[in-house]
Write a protein that binds this ligand. Sequence first.
Ligand SMILES: C[S@@+](CC[C@H](N)C(=O)[O-])C[C@H]1O[C@@H](n2cnc3c(N)ncnc32)[C@H](O)[C@@H]1O
Length: 200
Amino acid sequence: MRGVLHLRAGGDTFTPELVEAFLAEYTRPGDVVFDPFAGFGTTLIVAERMGRRPLGLEILPDRVEFVRSRLNDPAAIQCADARTLDRLDLPRIDFSITSPPYMTRDDHPQNPLSGYQTLDGDYEAYLADLAEIYRHLRGQLAPDAKVVINAANLHLHKTRLAWDIGQAVSKVLTYERDIVIDWDEPKEWFTNDYCLVFTP
Ligand SMILES: C[S@@+](CC[C@H](N)C(=O)[O-])C[C@H]1O[C@@H](n2cnc3c(N)ncnc32)[C@H](O)[C@@H]1O
């Protein structure tokens, strides 16, 4: 894969085309593809369509129901908090990709890792919690697994989110490379959008 991936945004920034590109590059049919922040299920739906075995966690029950209705295998998504990953009975994971819930450095009381449901947001704690989630995930990874995190730098909020997440997760996984997503329609709320690639 080249260092820059050209994609059409179509209103979203974690698109099926983005997931497809990484699954084609880093996975084979039958691989377990994990998304710790499954959201509206883009990763899981694309993985299922490409013959991979999707597995995802999502903290908000209504999103879990929505994603279940879109999957052939409703058991592929669990309603669970990724911060409890060490207590979940997960299989060996061949590949993980996600777009984590975003946070800004300035004035952000809603905690992204509670699905913005609690007001204990703290940027440094958020980065530490993300690193902890990936530290636990490391124990579940196949030796040749790749882990991809999609995040942008949020210049309007003076938040170098992609770089900060990269630094935090590099403490628990091995940084391999980054790929810049070149969206056809630039968004004013971020400068560059990255896919950070790690190995166990
Ligand atoms: C940006 S979306 C993820 C998009 C997703 N990767 C996809 O394929 O559509 C982030 C999601 O993470 C969920 N979330 C936030 N904190 C969580 C946690 N601690 N555990 C699991 N899911 C969480 C949010 O509710 C939100 O749906």
